[in-house]
Write a protein of this length. Structure first.
Length: 263
């Protein structure tokens, strides 16, 4: 694990890691909004969407619901959110808040990271589609969830799509062994007092150095704006197609616990 003393780590953008804008092709070109990093290909062009007005009615964000009985709570002081995961008896582990995980480039520079994390079903096969990992990333768990910030130069919808797509790329191959990624359009997410956007990435893993590396995976994100104007993001990526894989229905249950952190 990478314990970050005082919450300080050298990264490309606030909130953890460079954004590799999801545009088809042009793999070797630079992108100013991505901090000069190469783009991740294999995802559909998102288009620049305008932030839509808040909706009202049955879908409007309401007060946070009580966490499920026996579940563990993880809090992010940095990104002002909380979420819950199932009990330790269901193979979930919640890390200390000063623990950050990341995927790096070949030189060891972090390219994408999250903090305030939790893992599901640790201790599996240590083989990974992307060996360039820091902390608990890519060490045999079947799912990981955590928090991040966002890129202020992008719309909230593009942040949601990029978090989903970029974690799919780095967790399941990296820039040197890119998986095939399909990223949904961002959709409104109104739950527990959060008025944000969500996106889903479906991943086909192309680099499988061992049978323990999953053939497919899923990544889901939620992004919203804090009163300060900064983005707050929640991301979960999960192996699919292997024994013990987390069902998407369970992922959705965990997503529904995401809520603002009071105080």
């Amino acid at each position: 694990m990478l314990a970050v003393v005082g919450g300080v780590v050298a990264l490309a953008v606030i909130g953890g890691g460079a954004f590799f804008l999801l545009k088809g092709g042009d793999d070797g070109k630079k992108d100013d909004k991505a901090g000069g990093a190469s783009q991740a290909s294999g995802a559909p062009a998102p288009g620049k969407q305008q932030e839509q007005p808040k909706q009202s009615g049955p879908d409007a964000a309401g007060a946070p619901a009580a966490p499920p009985a026996g579940w563990q709570t993880q809090s992010s002081k940095e990104h002002k959110l909380q979420y819950d995961v199932p009990a330790a008896g269901e193979k979930w582990k919640v890390f200390p808040q000063d623990t950050m995980l990341a995927y790096t480039d070949a030189s060891g520079k972090p390219q994408i990271s999250m903090r305030d994390t939790a893992n599901y079903s640790e201790g599996g096969c240590a083989s990974s589609a992307n060996p360039n990992a820091i902390g608990e990333a890519g060490k045999g768990q079947l799912a990981t969830v955590g928090t991040a910030g966002g890129d202020a130069s992008l719309s909230i919808q593009d942040n949601a799509r990029n978090w989903a797509g970029n974690w799919g790329v780095f967790a399941y191959g990296g820039l040197g062994n890119k998986p095939k990624i399909e990223v949904s359009q961002a959709k409104p997410w109104k739950q527990n007092g959060i008025d944000g956007w969500t996106a889903t990435a479906k991943v086909k893993v192309l680099n499988r150095p061992s049978p323990c590396v999953p053939p497919t995976a899923i990544v889901k994100s939620i992004v919203w704006k804090l009163p300060s104007g900064e983005f707050s993001s929640w991301i979960m990526y999960a192996d699919q197609g292997v024994s013990g894989a987390l069902p998407e229905s369970r992922i959705d249950e965990i997503m529904k616990t995401v809520r603002p952190l009071k105080g």
